[in-house]
Design a protein around this ligand. Sequence first.
Ligand code: PBG
Length: 325
Amino acid sequence: MSFPNRRLRRLRKTPALRRLVAETRLSVDDLVAPLFVREGIDSPVPIPSLSGVQQHTRESLVKEVKELHSLGVPGIILFGIPEQKDSHGSQAWNPDGIVQLALQDCRDAIGEEMVLIADLCIDEYTDHGHCGIVREDGSVDNDETLEIYGNIAQAQAQAGADIVAPSGMMDGQVRAIRNALDKGNHQEVSILAYSAKYASGLYGPFRDAVDVTIVDGGDRKTYQQDWRNGREALAEIRADEEEGADMIMIKPATPYLDVLSEARKITDLPIAAYHVSGEYAMIKAAASQNLIDGDVVAVEQLTAIKRAGADFILTYLTREIAESL
Ligand code: PBG
């Protein structure tokens, strides 16, 4: 019998044929490792909800960065856990704050051979756990927060970040940060904007990892996006591009592949996708119960994220995928 889609079957016949015609290729070049560094600990602390991921000391962080570099991983994104939290998150821009010190350590150890990205937000540094300054009535003050983000950008750039990545979803944050960087003579530092960041249920393990509890059982629905909406993600991306973003991000990744593929059509900027803590934890949990083959599902999900249009992926799977490729 002869029918047109015989061809598709013919091209699936052997691994070599499948490799030849593959449209999407996952490589170590696509991966960025999220890393945590915690102030005031003597040895790394495992994060129970993120198996295989740790809160690092400054020393163990540098070791990890060097190992990732030797595996060919092009970049890391750094999150800090300070000893002291306050209402304004002031440790986030203290030149001696944990992330600033860790950025300098990494820069000294690795030179320019790895891209150092600093997550730019205050939720890890505030006692209320919100990404912005909180008013008396409990609401988040967008515009007052922008000034603080500018201070953080300057401190992170001064400490050696190649890229700052604002994740707080305040309106106007990209412009405020660009202005602060330029004013501080850091014209060469890029901005990776978390443009389309949803108020997701998938950030739970991350909040454990950085010791964040939002005050009064609150959530981030007044500043992060509603998962019922796709078009507003495109509006956020356009706004960030206009404000001066160098790259944009979609987050989380796998539930938002439609947003990713629409984003690919409307911007020429590099697009990052964040395969977040909950996405990672679900794979690990299901695999540990032998419900799925975790290694297969990991590659399947990351490849799907690329197929949908991402140029690179922030993922806790980075190290194991780099080791297996
Ligand atoms: C905010 C921030 C969050 C994540 C990255 N940056 C948490 C949040 O918005 O509540 C989540 C990342 C993950 O779940 O892996 N600073």
